[in-house]
Design a protein around this ligand. Structure first.
Ligand code: 1GP
Length: 242
């Protein structure tokens, strides 16, 4: 536990050291581009690689994670949309419970179904409260999980949901606007959640430029996740020198 990935997240959060995860969706990623892409990640300010997507063909995550691990020392963290995306080849797993929604499958059902895969696996498992917030359009998470995102203007309810997650023993809270979101999570939401939360805060969805990244950090995000902006334009890595 001493040198666990979670400990490093927790310490970074305590010290105000900001972290950045590059999210790779196996479904949208060209496997033959892995070496080239990961070299760019290695030279960038990114501190973590997240792997996951809403709908990914079986075994693809396993193959991709093996390939990524050949080219980087950065921790590779699973951010799975489904049980089939769990592979022992990664370093850690965000064990996500979609606490903004009321679909029992994504609150506990998928978790029970994943235990046969997790039993005996060498993955660090990090219980994470996952909160989907309205962002201006329907995203894949909303469609696939058949849940309603939380209204952006009901900040109190978002804060209460995050704190309920913490009280349930979750180790991280992830505020999600959804991949390709029109509007990222607002600084007001981030600030309000952060001011009451005692565990590290992850923020992602729709962050496309350095100014949005800095806004999220300033508001209190400990780790920001960016996927689409890197997928669309790899030169984005160069814009992010902090
Ligand atoms: C999605 O939060 C992540 O789950 C990242 O979103 O693809 O919009 O960067 P983007």
């Amino acid at each position: 536990m001493e040198n666990s990935l979670y400990n490093s997240l927790y310490e970074a959060s305590e010290k105000g050291k900001k972290l950045l995860a590059v999210l790779i969706d196996p479904d949208k990623f060209e496997l033959s581009n892995t070496k080239n892409f990961i070299e760019k990640v290695n030279q960038s300010v990114a501190t973590h690689i997240f792997v996951g997507g809403s709908s990914v063909a079986e075994h693809l995550t396993d193959i991709l994670v093996s390939e990524i691990k050949e080219h980087t020392q950065l921790p590779v963290v699973l951010f799975p949309g489904d049980v089939t995306q769990i592979t022992n080849k990664a370093d850690a797993l965000l064990f996500l419970s979609l606490i903004s929604g009321r679909n029992p499958e994504y609150l506990i059902g998928k978790h029970v179904a994943s235990v046969s895969k997790l039993r005996g696996a060498n993955l660090e498992i990090i219980p994470t409260g996952y909160i989907l917030v309205q962002n201006g359009k329907e995203t894949a998470v909303q469609r696939i999980t058949a849940t309603v995102p939380m209204p952006r203007n009901n900040i109190q309810s978002i804060v209460d949901t995050a704190l309920a997650g913490q009280l349930l023993g979750m180790k991280l809270i992830y505020l999600e606007a959804g991949s390709g979101a029109l509007h990222p999570i607002t600084p007001e939401i981030i600030q309000s959640v952060k001011s009451e939360l005692q565990i590290p805060l992850i923020v992602g969805g729709g962050i496309r430029n350095k100014s949005q990244l800095e806004t999220a950090y300033k508001a209190g995000a400990d780790l920001v996740v960016i996927g689409t902006a890197f997928e669309n334009d790899e030169s984005f890595f160069d814009d992010l020198k902090l």
